[in-house]
Design a protein around this ligand. Sequence first.
Ligand code: ZN
Length: 450
Amino acid sequence: MLKKLPLSLLMFAALSFSGKTIVAQETDAKIYDIISKISADSIEADIRKLISFGTRNTFSDTLSDTRGIGAARRWIKSEFDNIASDCNCMDVFYQKDFVTKEDGSRIPKDAWVVNVVAIQKGTKYPNRYIIMSGDIDSRASNTMDFKIDAPGANDNASGMAGTMEAARVLSQYEFENSIVYVGLSGEEQGLFGGKGLAEYAKKNNWDIIGILNNDMIGNIEGVDGVISNRDFRIFSEPVPPIETENERNMRRFYGGEVDGISRQLARYIHKTTQIYMPEMNPMMIYRLDRFGRGGHHRPFNDLGFAGVRIMEAHENYNRQHQDIRTENGIEYGDVIEGVNFDYAKKLTAVNAINLASLAWAPPAPKKVEIGGIVEANTKLRWEAVKDAAGYKIYWRDTTAPQWQHSRFIDKNLTEFTLDGIVIDNFFFGVSAVGKNGHESVVVFPSGTFR
Ligand SMILES: [Zn+2]
């Protein structure tokens, strides 16, 4: 049934049933293979190992082989090294920056903030990177206390373990773009590890597709009693913080308030999940992060890179940033009992299939421009993407969160007119489609023409 047909024949078919659009689309069997290979047992074993280091506070002991963040990051590196030697496809290294007490109010002493980076080099576009991150570090009630136990089972051994498991599975495949698997440090004291790696990436001219930051992907029981192993959240900021005054002005007249690069990445993840893991309930959250709170995608956003936070939907604050204790009959602490390994496996699979789709996809079109003022038609044009099998023009109602309509465009065209579609009533975007059927992120127009 899923026989490969030429793309142009079978890219997309949409049927309408009582107002609900049902999308039938070609799928890639390799993506289902990836989902089935992600192991809850392996994630559980990694979380248990990470907890065994007692505390992973960024300022904890670095010399011991059994306790503290030093032992934890050496173990993570050795795991990445093992994966690398099996596949012969990965560079593994430490990336580090020195922080001093002057760098922030939550720094108890000067120390190195050390990230563990594993890069699976792309065969065709080695300098294009899609990144998955988790955090090495943990904290107790007082983030300055780097001696007390801080197991950080969910926050954020779950994200770290998911990142390692994605590396184990995806290293069995070859990709056109590079995939980065990274354990970041210093999250709890001011997002220092993410800042360090984002600056490293910028300095080395990485062409970043985006970062999928995983922070707490294992708790299914909310502090309010809601239990769900289906819901999860994708946080994305509306527009990049580095936009210029001119770009901000343009938005007033041409739109784009909810169409920044991070939001497009979030839509991509939402869509891929709905196609391949329909049992899950991805929630698009239209904000940078939780109310007033932070995560390691932000330093990437700060430098103008696309990035989202993937996490559980129902948080349990009794199990976050808490000393292990019982008070008034309530158990506090981020312990292993608060982690659901099957759920962490599902969210790891969400990451893995999106890393794979994006790493198999051609680059997104550049210089996407739109026209159609005072016309009954909408026109789009873009720069040709070498090796693309074609493009897809998307559009949606101005109030719709997801792209609703699309049209496949032959690879020989770099301009197209949508007859009878009035520009005022929709938002538009363009993606590039590869010969393998995988698709880039949708690009919102950044210019106009007549
Ligand atoms: Zn935290």
